[in-house]
Design a protein around this ligand. Sequence first.
Ligand code: PEP
Length: 247
Amino acid sequence: MTSPTPLIAGNWKMNGVAASLIEAQGVAAGLGETKARVAICPPATLVERAAAALKASPVLVGGQDCRAEASGAFTGDVAAEMLADAGARLVILGHSERRAGYGESDAVVAAKVEAALRAGLEPIVCVGETLEERKAEKALEVVTSQVRGSLPAALAGQAFSVAYEPVWAIGTGLTPTTAEIEEVHVAIRAALVELFGDHGKSAAILYGGSVKPSNAAEILHAREVGGALVGGASLKAEDFLGIIGAL
Ligand code: PEP
């Protein structure tokens, strides 16, 4: 089994209007030789336009969430099929801002992962502990339990990645030590192999939480780190390219 192809994905969150696509185009224009797959996940309103703008480049477009159902009376929600129809190839699921803000349980995330697969989207499934859980030395237990609960059996044989995003590191400028990142990533890998056998070795395990050009090289070269999920620093092409270039 070859090691996973690294993935560097930018999560624009609720930022960006049409004019912001210049940053996505800047990433495409500035992307040199890289061994990483690169993705930008803009807000749903920009998925179609981002996909059109990046059509001729290797930069993929992803969604930030989807509903588990394919259609129906769910005002304001977006189905995985709709993201795929708009040109998305991937989708972030179970981000801590959704788990905390919308009460998404592991079971809900697992149902969304199944929806993504049904629509042909590659899921990026987020897990991560809170500061209280880390202080209580429960990080490994919490994260591996989220992995087991959020990854349905349907992922066997499918392309997917897991993003380890400590909640306390997101948007705070704080990052775990490299040893702490490695400890969690090694535990996630073991859980993936337990769940999916050899196929569990083919999923990239991304790190997310205050990744920036200045800390990217150390994080990206840590054991079992197969890329990054980047929030704030993905909004500017120069910063995002700096992170991709650190690989
Ligand atoms: C994120 O929310 O996925 C994230 C990693 O954010 P930031 O890079 O801004 O910490």
